[in-house]
Ligand binder design. Structure first.
Ligand code: DAK
Length: 258
């Protein structure tokens, strides 16, 4: 299928989804989010895809929601017509692991989209920010919640209230990104990381993703109980037998997602 706003590369088992609105620094418009939500839904159903890499260009992951598209919208469009929201809900409920490979600007909705992925691998030229305050609004895709959880209240509050950008080094120090790599190596590094994940049992991957995401919703006791239940459940899988046997037999495990 041809997409208007995305470039798709599928080299099994990794799907690379590249945001592609170069004239608008990959600003997120309704079409892009609709296409992205469709591709995420398909990826969840497609067994030949084990890990998704979401990326943009060298200049911009995404410079936020499309201000030109939002310009004419009022409260009724946003609230009653639920502008964007169905697509965003679908994207954030993707079950397979998603790596955000971020080069250049990840601002506003772009920063939030990256934070909605499972982790962010940053190019050394990456810049993060929540500059919605400069437009007389505020973050709308979870930015106030997520950034505060990832980097703490003080930095989050400063970022949202001033709209300033954070460079890759500050983002790594603050815990927003897992690692910084040279911009030219971003996709190579993201793919190598994706391939490492793709070797594991998908059952473990899905359980780990669910469990870590629950840590943001639940207290320690309930979260640990949720983890324990999933941990126990994994003891019923063939992949658990294979993983432990392979360790004892000093060989590489061959997981079957069963
Ligand atoms: N929207 C539309 N066009 C954009 C854009 C954006 N966010 N960002 C950049 N562009 C366009 C510029 O207008 C320009 O187009 P032309 O003038 O050439 O036609 C082109 O991209 C190149 O941009 P610049 O000329 O500005 O490039 P510079 O290198 O000088 O500056 C910049 C790069 C990223 C610093 C600057 O473009 C910038 O400040 N952009 C705006 C960043 C921003 O304010 N982002 C936040 C947007 S608000 C929602 C959930 C979430 C949201 C909305 C709804 N719901 C659940 C309903 C999210 C809201 C936002 O993200």
């Amino acid at each position: 299928m041809a997409y208007e706003t995305l470039i798709i590369e599928h080299e099994e088992p990794v799907l690379i989804v590249r945001l592609n609105r170069p004239d608008a620094l990959n600003a997120l418009n309704n079409k892009l989010l609709e296409e992205l939500s469709m591709i995420m839904e398909d990826a969840d159903k497609n067994d030949s895809i084990r890990v998704i890499i979401l990326t943009g260009s060298k200049k911009a992951f995404a410079a936020g929601a499309d201000i030109k598209e939002m310009m004419a919208k009022g409260f009724v469009d946003m609230f009653h017509n639920n502008f964007f929201s169905n697509h965003l809900d679908r994207i954030q409920s993707t079950r397979k692991p998603i790596i955000a490979a971020v080069a250049g600007y990840a601002l506003g909705g772009g920063c939030e989209l990256a934070m909605r992925c499972d982790f962010i691998l940053a190019a050394d030229n990456a810049k993060f920010g929540q500059p919605e305050i400069n437009l007389g609004v505020m973050a709308g895709f979870g930015g106030t919640q997520l950034l505060s959880k990832f980097v703490g209240k003080a930095k989050s509050m400063e970022m949202h209230l001033t709209g300033r950008h954070m460079d890759a080094e500050e983002a790594e120090r603050a815990g927003l990104v897992s690692r910084i790599v040279p911009a030219d190596d971003l996709i190579k590094e993201a793919t190598a990381t994706a391939l490492k994940i793709a070797e594991k049992s998908m059952l473990s991957c899905l359980a780990i993703k669910e469990s870590i995401n629950r840590s943001f919703e639940l207290g320690l006791t309930e979260g640990t109980l949720f983890e324990r239940r999933l941990f126990n459940a994994l003891f019923s899988t063939e992949d658990k037998k294979e993983g432990m046997s392979a360790f004892i037999e000093k060989r590489t495990p061959k997981f079957k997602d069963k």
